[in-house]
Design a protein around this ligand. Structure first.
Ligand SMILES: [Zn+2]
Length: 155
């Protein structure tokens, strides 16, 4: 499996999405509202258009952050450090890498980081409450639960 190709493909994909969003946001808001009011004179149009814009702006920010992480991963790859955990220096699990292309942490360190950033007691409570009856799926569910919040690779 060629990770660089996968990373570059993902990068192109993201850049395309970002470009489209930017193009959309370049259109003056009054223009799009004018267009809408040809069909519907409702005064709420500006409000809902503003809301859409804000949502787009938030999404754009998210995509740009993802692209940054992806560029980091490509840098790592070029330096021959791709797939190496930033924290402990061990190889990142293959299964994990294929799901989270731009991760820089192994599963164990990602879990540790989540525990440091969040309140451990809270996590334990959620786990106990949600998964006590799951039996054998506990391992899988617990693993996913502690991912570093990057759901972009779930398809
Ligand atoms: Zn690690």
């Amino acid at each position: 499996m060629d990770y660089e190709q996968m990373l570059q493909a993902k990068k192109r994909e993201l850049e395309e999405v970002i470009q489209k969003k930017r193009d959309l946001m370049m259109i003056p808001i009054t223009e799009t509202v004018d267009e809408l009011s040809m069909y519907d004179q409702h005064p709420a149009d500006l409000g809902s258009e503003m809301y859409e814009r804000e949502k787009d702006a938030g999404l754009l920010e998210f995509y740009e952050l993802e692209l940054e992480k992806l560029n980091d991963a490509i840098d790592h790859y070029k330096k021959g450090e791709y797939g190496i955990c930033e924290v402990c220096g061990k190889s990142i699990e293959k299964e994990r890498l294929s799901r989270l292309l731009n991760t820089t942490l192994c599963a164990q360190c990602a879990r540790d980081q989540v525990r440091e950033n969040e309140h451990p007691a809270q996590y334990d409570l959620i786990n106990a409450g949600q998964m006590s009856d799951e039996g054998e799926t506990f391992q899988v569910a617990g693993y996913d639960f502690f991912e570093d919040g990057d759901g972009s690779s779930s398809s």
